[in-house]
Design a protein around this ligand. Structure first.
Ligand SMILES: Nc1ncnc2c1ncn2[C@@H]1O[C@H](COP(=O)(O)OP(=O)(O)O)[C@@H](O)[C@H]1O
Ligand SMILES: [Mg+2]
Length: 647
C-alpha cells in the first residue's frame, strides 16, 4: 500500500443499502457474484479518482482522498456507475455515500480518531443513491460545486448514532442522481434522551449484533459485569442502534444518581417525561402511560437499588406488552423473564500478531491507540509501538476503563515508560494473580493511576466523589478547596484530571459540567473515607447546595433557567437530603425541602417533594414554628396537587 496521505484528507464511506435483503433474495452464490462485480466497479472508480482504499468489509468501503474535490467527483462517478450497471437478476442496487474532511491522524497503515467514525456515521445516516457531506467537506467544495454541475442542499443539524456532537449535513444534488428526500436516519428525528459521548465507540460488533437480536425476542436483558468493563457504553451503543425500531423512543434512566430506593420510580418517570397525576401512585401512572408504548428503557446502574428496581421492572413489563428494558447492573435483577448477558472484556491481540495494521484490528489495541492519540497527537502507531501497546493491553486484560487510564498517561510519558510503570504497579496484585478476578486488575490499575497523581490532584479527586451526578466548576471550587487545594487551583487541577480520564467534561449546555465515572467515583469515595475527610467535605457539599437553593427560591416563580439549574443538580440535592437524614440535620432538611416547593410542583415531583417534607417535619419537631408552618403549607400544597385530601 502506498504511504497514507496525512494532513487534511477526505474520508469516503459507502455501502449498499439493504444488502442483507439482497443476499436473502439472491442466495449466497449469486450474491457473491454481485458483490465481486460491485467491488470491481468501486475500485475502478476510486483509482480513477486517486482514492486509496483503506478497508473493505463485505459491501462497505472506506476510502481516503487527498483532496475533497476528488472525493466528491468520485462519489458522483460511483453513484452514476452503480445506477447504470446491469446488475444480475435485475437487482436494484443502491449505495449510500458519506464524505467527511478532517485533519487526519494516520498511523503507517490506518487512520484512527473521531473523524473516521464520524465519516462512517454520516454514510450510515443516508439512504441509497444519496451522497452526504459534512460541514467541513461542504466548506471546501462549496464554491467548486457549480463547476462540477452540482447543487448542495443543507439538511440541517443531525445527531448521528455515534452519540457525539451534532453535525450539519448537506446532500449532493445532480441531474444524474435521484433526488432522495426521505428524512435521514439520524438520531435527531427519533425521540430519545441518550447523552452525547466525547469519545468514539470501539469494536463490539458481534456483541452489538447479539444484543440487537436478543432484544427482538426478550423483553428484559441485563448486561452484567464488574464496574469499568463497558456495560454502560455498550448499552448506549446498542440503544442508539435499535432506535428506529422503537417509535416511542429510547430513554435512559441513570440510577447511579439515587441512593434512596424510594426515588427509583421517580427517576424512571422523569426519564420518560411521565408526570405524576392527582390521586394516583406514580407507579400506577407509569404503567398506564407505558401501556400502549413501543419503547426501550435503558436502566443504567441498577446494582445498588435492586430491591426497588426489580418490582418496578416487573410491574412495568406486566403492564406494557411492547416495552423492552435493557438494564446494566453488577448483579442480575432476578426478575422472571430476565436474560442475563455478561459483558466480556475487549478482545486481546493474539501473540502472533506483529504488524501495526494487524494489531489495530484488535479492540483493546484500538481503544488504546484512539485514546493515546487524543491526548498526545504525536503518538504514532508503528510496528514497534504496536507491540508495546499490545503488551500493555494484555496486561490490562482488555478492561476498557483500565486501558483508558493507561492510555491517558501517554500524554506525558513515553509508551515504554507507561509499560514499565504499569508493570511495577501491577506487581502488587495478589500472588494468586493468575486466578485473580479481573476487577482486581482494574482495582490495581486505579490504585496505580491514583498513585501517579500529585498530592493536590489526589486530594481533589477524593473530594469530587461527594458529588452525585454532575457538577459545575463553581461548585467544585467552593466545596473541594481548602486544606491543600487553593480555590484558584481547582480549575487547573480539574483539567489535569480530565486529561487523565479520571473526570469527564460535558460542554453541551453552555456551562461546563463535570462528572466521574461511577467506578471512579466509588473508588475515590473510599479514599475520601479512609482519609477521614468525608464528613467535612460532605458538609460543605450540603451547605453549598442549601445556599444555592435558598438563592433560587425567590426566582423559581419566574425563572425557567433556575428551575433547569436545579434540575441539573437534582442528583446533588438528593445526595444532600440523604446526608441530612444520616446526620439528623432535619432543620436544614426542612429549609431545603420547603425552599424547593415551586420546583416540586412545576416539575411534577410531588411524591418525592412530599416525602422530603414529611421526613424533615417528623425529624425536626422543635424547629422554629415559622419554618414548620411554612413546611406544613408546602406539604399541603403538594397534597392538593396530588388530590390527596385524607392526610
Ligand atoms: N467499546 C468501547 N469503546 C470505547 N470506549 C469504551 C468502550 N467500552 C467501554 N469504554 C469506555 O470505558 C470506560 C468504562 O466503561 P463503562 O461503560 O462506563 O463501564 P461500566 O458501565 O461497566 O462501569 C468508559 O470511559 C467508556 O467510555
Ligand atoms: Mg456503568
Amino acid at each position: 500500500m502506498p504511504a497514507l496521505p496525512s494532513g487534511t484528507v477526505t474520508f469516503l464511506f459507502s455501502d449498499i443499502e439493504g444488502s442483507p435483503a439482497i443476499l436473502r433474495r439472491l442466495g449466497d452464490l449469486s450474491y457473491t457474484r454481485l458483490l465481486s462485480a460491485y467491488r470491481r466497479l468501486v475500485r475502478t472508480v476510486i483509482s480513477e479518482g486517486s482514492g486509496i482504499e483503506i478497508d473493505t468489509r463485505g459491501d462497505a468501503f472506506f476510502v481516503v482522498f487527498e483532496r475533497a474535490r476528488q472525493a466528491l467527483a468520485s462519489a458522483v462517478a460511483l453513484q452514476r456507475a452503480v445506477s447504470t450497471f446491469p446488475w444480475p437478476g435485475e437487482t436494484s442496487v443502491r449505495v449510500r455515500v458519506g464524505l467527511h474532511t478532517a485533519e487526519a491522524i494516520a498511523t503507517e497503515t490506518a487512520y484512527v480518531g473521531l473523524d473516521v467514525h464520524r465519516a462512517a456515521r454520516i454514510c450510515a445516516a443516508g439512504h441509497g443513491a444519496q451522497i452526504l457531506l459534512s460541514q467541513t467537506t461542504y466548506n471546501l467544495i462549496n464554491t467548486a460545486a457549480p463547476a462540477l454541475g452540482l447543487d448542495l442542499r443543507n439538511l440541517g443539524e443531525h445527531r448521528l448514532k455515534d452519540l457525539q456532537r451534532p453535525e450539519r449535513l448537506y446532500q449532493v444534488l445532480h441531474t444524474d442522481l435521484p433526488d432522495v428526500r426521505t428524512p435521514l436516519r439520524s438520531l435527531s428525528v427519533l425521540p430519545n434522551n441518550l447523552p452525547l459521548q466525547m469519545t468514539p465507540f470501539i469494536g463490539r460488533e458481534r456483541e452489538t449484533a447479539d444484543l440487537k437480536q436478543l432484544l427482538t425476542t426478550r423483553r428484559l436483558v441485563t448486561l452484567t459485569g464488574f464496574g469499568g468493563c463497558g456495560k454502560t457504553r455498550l448499552a448506549l451503543h446498542v440503544a442508539a442502534d435499535v432506535m428506529e425500531e422503537y417509535p416511542d423512543g429510547v430513554w435512559l434512566a441513570d440510577l447511579a444518581e439515587v441512593s434512596d430506593p424510594a426515588v427509583v420510580p421517580q427517576v424512571v418517570a422523569s426519564a420518560l417525561s411521565v408526570r405524576e397525576e392527582p390521586g394516583r401512585l406514580l407507579t400506577a401512572t407509569l404503567a398506564d402511560q407505558l401501556q400502549e408504548k413501543r419503547l426501550l428503557l435503558v436502566l443504567d446502574n441498577c446494582e445498588h437499588v435492586i430491591a426497588a428496581c426489580a418490582p418496578l421492572v416487573q410491574s412495568l413489563l406486566a403492564g406494557a406488552p411492547h416495552l423492552r428494558i435493557l438494564a446494566t447492573s453488577r448483579e442480575s435483577l432476578d426478575v422472571p423473564g430476565e436474560t442475563i448477558w455478561r459483558v466480556p472484556t475487549l478482545t486481546l491481540p493474539d501473540l502472533q500478531a506483529r504488524s501495526a495494521s494487524d494489531l489495530l484490528q484488535n479492540e483493546a489495541v484500538r481503544l488504546f491507540a484512539e485514546r493515546a492519540v487524543a491526548v498526545q497527537p504525536a503518538f504514532a502507531m508503528n510496528d514497534r509501538t504496536a507491540a508495546v501497546v499490545s503488551q500493555i493491553c494484555r496486561r490490562l486484560e482488555g478492561i476498557p476503563l483500565a486501558i483508558e487510564l493507561a492510555a491517558a498517561q501517554v500524554r506525558v510519558l513515553t509508551l515504554t515508560e507507561v509499560a514499565a510503570r504499569l508493570e511495577d504497579g501491577l506487581r502488587m496484585l495478589p500472588a494468586r494473580r493468575r486466578t485473580a478476578p479481573r476487577h482486581q486488575t482494574l482495582q490495581a490499575v486505579m490504585e496505580w493511576s491514583y498513585a501517579q497523581l500529585t498530592e493536590a490532584e489526589r486530594t481533589l479527586l477524593r473530594r469530587l466523589s461527594v458529588f452525585t451526578g454532575s457538577f459545575t466548576l463553581q461548585a467544585a471550587e467552593v466545596i473541594c478547596a481548602g486544606d491543600g487545594v487553593a480555590p484558584a487551583a481547582v480549575l487547573e487541577l480539574l483539567g489535569r484530571l480530565v486529561d487523565k480520564s479520571l473526570v469527564l467534561v460535558d460542554q453541551q449546555t453552555g456551562e461546563s459540567r463535570f462528572h466521574l465515572l461511577e467506578t471512579v467515583r466509588r473508588y475515590s469515595g473510599e479514599k475520601l473515607r479512609e482519609n477521614g475527610e468525608a464528613h467535612a467535605v460532605r458538609r460543605r457539599h450540603a451547605d453549598w447546595y442549601l445556599a444555592l437553593v435558598r438563592q433560587a427560591e425567590p426566582m423559581l416563580q419566574v425563572s425557567q433557567e433556575w428551575l433547569d439549574r436545579l434540575e441539573a443538580d437534582h442528583p446533588n440535592l438528593r445526595g444532600v437530603m440523604d446526608w441530612y437524614r444520616q446526620t439528623e440535620g432535619y432543620e436544614q432538611a426542612l429549609t431545603l425541602s420547603t425552599a424547593l416547593l415551586r420546583f416540586w410542583l412545576v416539575r411534577g415531583l410531588w411524591a418525592e417533594g412530599r416525602r422530603w417534607l414529611e421526613d424533615a417535619l417528623r425529624g425536626a419537631p422543635d424547629a422554629p414554628p415559622a419554618l414548620r408552618a411554612k413546611a406544613l403549607r408546602a406539604a399541603a400544597a403538594i397534597a392538593q396537587y396530588q388530590a390527596d385530601y385524607d392526610h
